[in-house]
Ligand binder design. Structure first.
Ligand code: SF4
Ligand code: SF4
Length: 398
């Protein structure tokens, strides 16, 4: 594809039919939460988009994010969109190495100063002046500082770049932090930033955000954690193909029991779908073939902050009911246990980061509650929770 060629022409030249392109634009329209009738307008605008200079930095990561986008078994429009950008620097994909690679990065930064898009995957180690990860003798932190300065905007791809990811798992020996954290601390320049979390993220989340930027020069609407609402606005649970079993309280108890064979809900095998914002249930993986839950594995919560430090992947979110009156039952019923079992996964350990008034908590549960709060909690447990959060030593922290 030439530098001046428009995206539409480039795709047609690569054998993508107009029908496939339109189909992709329809899914993009829904990604942008626009009415389906606007798909032809999106197709026209995207078709006329010009190449965008992109510098992609990979820090403490596993290459899974790049693999997610580029290694689909058949050429999909997602990777053709990716091929369309001017990827001026990418550790894994570039042919150049050593001094030639660093020269390419410096040239791209100079030629497109203020215009290039910076994509980061992997977290950034900051302990001991960032010695734990270097490229060409330059610490990740220093490279990010330099590249962020003249970037037009930054895309943090994957849970590591978005929230610290596995490298930040306790005790976090390298001091791994996210791009957003560095921006909040004022260490790197403040720029428009979008987080595409997931371990790895869905290809449509990456390519759709890129396509949106190519068309409008800005990012789509974002949630509180800086993620595109169109992908992360719902939980995996809300659109899950096993949801009717959850509502009928039909749960698989092991991976090879009758319930598992019948496709029952995986909640009691540790599924974190009710607390995890991602579009795996709707867009699915491998060109829409299936999703982890459809294939029989519970959601691990990979698109949420600290998913690796929030209890075992196969631990039930609902505490086991112990015999009434036993010490275990008393502990399970205490407000603190209710908080730790039900609230801390999203709201963090202890009530320190909890902002809701205790009196308002009962309104957040029940059939009309937001999806994320639609789980079983008894009146007694709710009462214990409210009393726990009302207690004087906790109230001061609300
Ligand atoms: S708990 Fe998990 S398996 Fe069950 S319906 Fe929700 S997302 Fe699907
Ligand atoms: S189902 Fe859950 S753990 Fe699996 S990819 Fe989706 S968000 Fe991540």
């Amino acid at each position: 594809m030439t530098e001046t060629e428009h995206l539409g022409a480039g795709l047609l030249n690569r054998g993508v039919s107009r029908r496939s392109f339109m189909k992709y634009c329809v899914s993009l329209t829904s990604f942008m939460a626009l009415p389906g009738s606007l798909a032809p307008v999106i197709a026209q605008t995207l078709g006329k988009a010009r190449r965008q200079s992109v510098i992609w930095l990979s820090f403490q990561e596993c290459t899974g994010c790049t693999e997610s986008l580029t290694r689909s078994h058949a050429p999909a429009i997602e990777n053709l969109i990716f091929n369309y950008i001017s990827l001026d620097y990418h550790h894994t994909l570039q042919a150049a190495s050593g001094e030639a690679a660093e020269a390419a990065r410096n040239t791209a930064m100079a030629l497109s100063s203020g215009k290039y898009l910076l994509i980061v995957d992997g977290s950034v180690p900051v302990n001991d002046r960032g010695v734990y990860s270097t490229i060409a003798g330059i610490s990740n932190l220093q490279m990010l500082l330099t590249c962020a300065k003249d970037a037009a905007a930054i895309i943090a791809v994957g849970t590591c770049a978005s929230f610290g990811g596995l490298p930040a798992a306790k005790p976090n020996p390298t001091g791994a932090v996210s791009v957003r954290e560095l921006m909040h601390r004022g260490i790197i320049a403040g720029k428009p930033l979008v987080n595409i979390s997931g371990c790895p993220p869905l290809p449509i989340a990456i390519s759709g955000t890129l396509a949106h930027y190519l068309m409008f020069g800005r990012f789509p609407g974002l949630d509180d954690l800086g993620r595109p609402l169109a992908i992360y606005g719902n939980t995996v649970h809300e659109r899950c193909s096993r949801l009717h079993f959850y509502e009928q309280k039909k749960f698989a108890k092991s991976f090879d029991d009758e319930g598992a064979r019948k496709g029952w809900c995986l909640y009691e095998l540790g599924c974190k779908g009710p607390l995890t914002h991602n579009a795996c249930s709707t867009t699915r993986w491998n060109s829409g073939t299936s999703s982890p839950i459809e294939s029989g594995h519970p959601c691990l919560g990979c698109s949420e902050p600290e998913f690796w430090d929030r209890g075992g992947f196969y631990e039930n979110l609902i505490p086991e009911k112990a015999p009434a009156g036993s010490v275990a039952a008393n502990i399970a019923e205490s407000g603190e246990a209710v908080f730790e079992s039900n609230c801390s996964y999203c709201h963090g350990p202890g009530p320190g980061s909890f902002r809701t008034l205790p009196e308002k908590i009962p309104e957040l549960f029940g059939p009309e509650a937001p999806g994320v709060h639609r789980f079983n909690i008894s009146d007694e447990e709710l009462n214990n929770l409210v009393n726990y959060l009302k207690s004087p030593d906790k109230r001061g922290r609300l």
